[in-house]
Design a protein around this ligand. Structure first.
Ligand SMILES: *Cc1c(COP(=O)(O)O)cnc(C)c1O
Length: 417
């Protein structure tokens, strides 16, 4: 820990919230160097939906490594890539009647967002992108330009251009429908909004404070975009890969985005990997036009394929996420009811849930009290008011209950003072 404090840049973040040195992890538990165990209610910010070191993925990777499989091959054809694509088509795209070409950008989420925005602008020959209040799409300049958080925008250090923020579902307290506001601005030639190339949206806003878009609003957004020749990009980096129940978070709304970004849990084991899914007729990239050295992490292809085969050959995981998600929200409601003077709001879908404490820094005080009790949970949204409840999807029910007990205790202790 001393070396980390002395040598790692002050940009470090999570290490400050969870001040111990972790050594090993299994499923929904992490252990530090002293052997203390921590229940994981963060899942690598959504990168570990299947938990830590899943045995099937670990064995697949071990076998690949020991067999001398290609580790790095730029974007050349490899067995690992071919098999991942075949499995993704068979288990994800075909059963959902979705047709997409797959682009491998650099291996992080923000790389996928940059590629998606660049392609949308190229296709439509327009620069404008609509984004939504409280949205988060990554930390490179193009992604920051479509992110709501003022501090993140400030950190860019340059002018962020060619984007317009629009109200997300539920943004107006007075019941005004955000999609009507959007339509009005797009259709008013005096609004100052130029015809955009695309709109980019999260169905559940992860970093913006767990705000959930209704199916109705997503359908309206799709219609507004279609009617006006605007591409719809769903950033499913955090909400996708089963977090809300179905593989894609937009499935319940029945919409078909033109472009989808995936990262975080797609590799299955926390290895860096990102995808841009592109409606086939929009795939107008020239060869090598958006290149990069690490496009195609073969180790991640191996674990991603193992994850798809293990968890997406049936709807068992989706059903479990629905069930456990409902249970989590019910228990959170109960915790709020039981805590005197704690006026928190429960929001979420599937196992993507949040507890909005509504008081600045209250969420971080509770998260700190959870850490003291052996649980890892983070805050999100403005002024750390929202606790993000994001356990691995494979967490046993008894561990979910144990974590919720810790949370209830931490709330009692934090609201007492
Ligand atoms: C985490 C996240 C990103 C950025 O992904 P990185 O891998 O951190 O670059 C983009 N969009 C959403 C919705 C995210 O949650």
């Amino acid at each position: 820990m001393e070396a980390i404090q002395r040598l790692e840049s002050s940009v470090r973040g999570y290490v400050r919230s969870f001040p111990t040195t972790f050594a090993t992890a299994e499923a929904n538990w992490m252990s530090d160097v002293s052997g203390r165990r921590y229940l994981d209610f963060l899942s690598g910010a959504g990168a570990l939906n299947y938990g830590h070191n899943h045995p099937v993925m670990r064995e697949a990777l071990q076998e690949y490594l020991l067999g001398g499989g290609i580790a790095h091959g730029l974007d050349m054809a490899t067995v690992a890539k071919r098999e991942f694509l075949e499995t993704f088509e068979a288990l994800v795209l075909q059963p959902r009647h979705l047709e997409y070409r797959v682009q491998f950008p650099g291996p992080t989420g923000t790389n996928a967002v940059e590629a998606a925005l660049k392609l949308a602008r190229k296709v439509k020959q327009r620069s404008g992108i609509l984004h939504f209040t409280r949205g988060f799409h990554g930390m490179t300049l193009g992604a920051i330009a479509v992110t709501g958080n003022g501090e993140v925008r400030q950190s860019a250090g340059v002018e962020l251009s060619a984007t317009d923020a629009m109200p997300f579902d539920g943004y107006f307290a007075d019941g005004q429908r955000p999609e009507e506001h959007l339509e009005h601005l797009l259709d008013d030639p005096f609004s100052g909004i130029d015809q955009p190339a695309a709109a980019i949206v999260e169905t559940v806003q992860g970093e913006g404070g767990v705000h959930v878009a209704s199916d109705r609003w997503l359908q309206a957004l799709e219609r507004v975009c279609r009617e006006r020749d605007i591409l719809l990009i769903v950033d499913d980096i955090q909400a996708g890969v089963g977090r809300t129940g179905p593989f894609f978070s937009f499935e319940s709304a029945g919409i078909k985005p033109d472009i989808v970004t995936l990262a975080k849990s797609i590799s299955g084991m926390g290895l860096p990997m990102a995808l841009v899914l592109i409606r086939p007729d929009l795939d107008i990239w020239a060869a090598g036009e958006h290149t990069g050295t690490f496009r195609g992490n073969n180790h991640a292809f191996v674990t991603a394929r193992a994850a798809l085969e293990t968890f997406w050959s049936s709807d068992e995981l989706s059903r479990r996420v629905d069930l456990h998600g409902q249970h989590i929200r019910q228990r959170l409601e109960q915790i709020v009811d039981d805590a005197d003077g704690f006026e928190a709001q429960v929001r979420g879908r599937g196992m993507f849930n949040g507890l909005d404490c509504r008081i600045p820094d209250h969420g971080s005080a509770i998260a700190g009290a959870c850490f003291d009790r052996g649980m890892i949970i983070e805050t999100t949204g403005e002024k750390d008011k929202v606790l993000k409840v994001l356990p691995p999807l494979i967490s046993p029910l008894e561990d979910l209950n144990y974590g919720l007990d810790i949370l209830a205790e931490a709330i009692q202790s934090a609201t007492a003072c």
